[in-house]
Design a protein around this ligand. Sequence first.
Ligand code: IPT
Length: 982
Amino acid sequence: MNDPSVPGPPAVDPLIALRPWEAPEVTSWGRLPMNAVGRRSGVLPLDGDWRFQLLSAPDAPVGGAWTTAQVPGAWTLQGTSDLPQYTNVAMPFAEFPPHSPAANPTGVYEREVDVPADWAGRRIVLQVGAAESVLLVHVDGRPAGISKDSHLAAEFDLTALVRPGARATVRLTVVKWSDASHLEDQDQWWHGGITRSVLLYATDPLHLADVTVRAAYSGELRVDCLVRDTGGALPEGWYLTGDLDGQPLAQDAEFDRANAEDERVSDFLGEARLLAGVADVRTWNAETPELYGLTVRLHRRDGTVADTSRHRIGFRDVEVVGRDLLVNGERVFIRGVNRHDFHPLTGRTVSYEDMRADLVLLKRFGFNAVRTAHYPNDPALYDLADELGLYVVDEADIESHDHAHEIADDPRYLNAFVDRVSRMALRDKNHPSVIVWSLGNESDYGANHDAAAGWLRRHDPTRPLQYEGAAKLGWADPDVASDIACPMYASLEDCLAHALSGKQTKPLIQCEYSHAMGNSNGTLADHWAAIEATPGLQGGFIWEFWDHGILQRVSDGRPVGRGGAGLYDNGVAAPGHRWAYGGDFGESIHDGAFIADGVVFPDRTPKPAMYEHREISAPLRIECFRHEGIVLGNHQHFRGLDWLAGEWRLDLADGTTLTAPAVLPNLCPGETAAVPLPFEVPRDGGEAWLTLRVTVAEDQPWAPRGTVVCVPQVRLRGPAVAEVPPVEGRIEVDGEGLLVHPLLTAAPTLSLWRAPTDNDELGGMARRWRSWGLDTLVRKALSVSEDSGRVTVEAEYAGTTGVVRHRQVLTPVEGGVRVEEEAELPEAFDDVARVGTVFETVAGLDLLDWFGQGPWESYPDRSAGAPVGHHSVPVEELFTPYLRPQESGGRHGVRRFTLSAPDATGLAVALDEPRQISVTRYHAEDLASAGHHDELVPRPGCVVHIDAAHRGLGTASCGPDTSPSYLVAPGVHRWSWTLRAL
Ligand code: IPT
């Protein structure tokens, strides 16, 4: 501090005077080049509590009271006045690029650091894992550096600014809004803070400045190293050694000789290469992610080690050939998801354990790829993807959405584009999991993209790159910025038409599709049936993994923050809490629940759509049932079936269930074989379904033995139609013709409406339904007649633009009543939510047993993952708590069900054919009028829907609606069911 050899703090702080927050040309100052050397030993972690002040602007004086802030962490979740704000496309402020608002929350973090005495003579580096959006670094008041790029680490050489054995004060000033915010306009919460770890490390002055690994499918290994010395000139005689899983690697003499003879190369070069050919190499792919341990050592002339770098590497090739993306020569399907770094308590700060849990879950549900939407994710994610086996599309931190067109060609932002793309590649290039680079998201297309693409192509010719926005002239556009046609939310028809057009030039892999907002992901199975059957279509990335709900206290509207573990369970926030979405922190500019569009809840509880995905990704499938037996097929790309075990189950409609162990055939990828039917199928018992429950045979890194992988199914026999004969008896109806039944508190009436899903709302259907008056239909009994015990009720329901005629015929049957219904919808009602019956039961019937699809929620266009069988689920668990309450809890293809109390009393319903039903505690109006779950008041009984027809879910909140075949047509609908007491 009082070292005369270092200059004192300047009178005017140049980092503030420069106003770097509105200088897009300034991407950094004093920052070390990004590299892939990896963490070294000799690390001093600086995470924990730092002194903290939140200024109103970056040039406001520091001098207020200090509080503390946790590093890593966003200050927006740590009790400051600056709260999270959610916007999608819209910038949260009005200033045009490169400007930012004068009111600009700026966090000043400060702490003392005792620099270890034994670091004397060493090179001392500060690493800040991530800070958004501008980082200014001071050491003892002296400027040390500037960095932008909120999702990548920044390193600064502090050797000249600190003294080993002495104490230094490190100040990290983080400016929230800047020119760079316009490049970080991703669809997520805005936060401020230091969101990844901070640390100090030391190296020898002679050090590895970068290590670039090329490990090919052929077994060829090339490790290119960049060597530097802080003194400038490299000392004579340095050399490299290495080892690969214990096998020594030597420096490539041919490379040295060629450099020595190359006149363009100076003595300073500092480059060397390790080269090896690995015989019988175990190659890496997402199914069998074989890794090798690589160590690189930099030696001084005397043989002592100056620096060491360790890697886990995988041997694999990736290339685009024609319209196929090939991994190790195979056209692999990309079963991907878009993933943000997210946590409901800490915002963007995620732990290793959390990321591992994310990827383990993805693997268990059949995903094999992640797009790091929309910025380079936490570095540990890539290690985990290497280890667990997931392909990664690594995306640069560029989304200029609101001002996309202006920025893509703005030369002031040129540096930033190249900087962000190149730094990502420099950090992540050695990961086998990274198979494609992405130039960013939703930023139009301009010269800045081509500049970044040019840099990438030269630096890393081993990987394709993609950018959705580049396809200005359509998906076959020969633009330089995308090797893959990677549209978002394209319709299946358009994708098919392109693949069949004869004009396709690139693989078609949607960068975003099947928007998972609320109750969604309709037609996923149709997409995959087409993808698997159509050359040129190779998959896509579901939007998205997370529902980004932030845990919030209802009482004061504040985010709970780090202390909230245990305040949520199974997708639901504890009483007094809720999952906040846009607007819940009082933001005036926000995009509401659009932030809740993932396949998992904010606590990572899978939504039912995950089971759909698991089944359509099944590695082992039942192809068909033929006379010679059941034909099984291996749908993997690289792996046999030896890691799987199976069990057969036969379900008959009469309740009979048989099981038998399955012997799986030895099938190579793509092969099929017939196996004998494991049961003698009983002649009686009605409809018969054969299910193969496929589990993990031996522990996998991502799943213990016994984990279910898929449950393929085939129907062996169709249903037998059983006529229920009428009996003598009386049906009791009230004066309005409403059934009076001791187990019902509300009689069965017609229902044409559902609590709009997010897709219904944003797709415009809900508005139409309201304009037709479907949400407030008024029933008018026209006639009630009785004929030898049978009651016929003719009713009309008046909407605003049409009348629906409804007839109910109630007939006494053994133990209950048969209800035959007919509804006639006017032509104007050409797309309603449902046509069916709703009634409400007495309290206490809390268990649903059914024969049909399940056990999880399913809908007409999302039912491929719900096998037919006998299922039993408590009513409380039937409901899916989508963040904004909406239609939920449906079960598809139900043939019959019972609702019972613990003493086995209750009611039984048999349906004329497989129907959509739901059993919840809520009326559609209850759900539709609530914004969050804490506002819902459950009803004591069950609200039961039986639908003759139920509209598909589609994905219209962002993308295509459901297919026409899943719409409910106008005209006449007929259905019937019987209700009996148990
Ligand atoms: C697209 C975005 O890339 C993604 O970040 C997210 O916003 C998603 O849609 C919707 O949730 S952009 C959209 C305007 C098509």
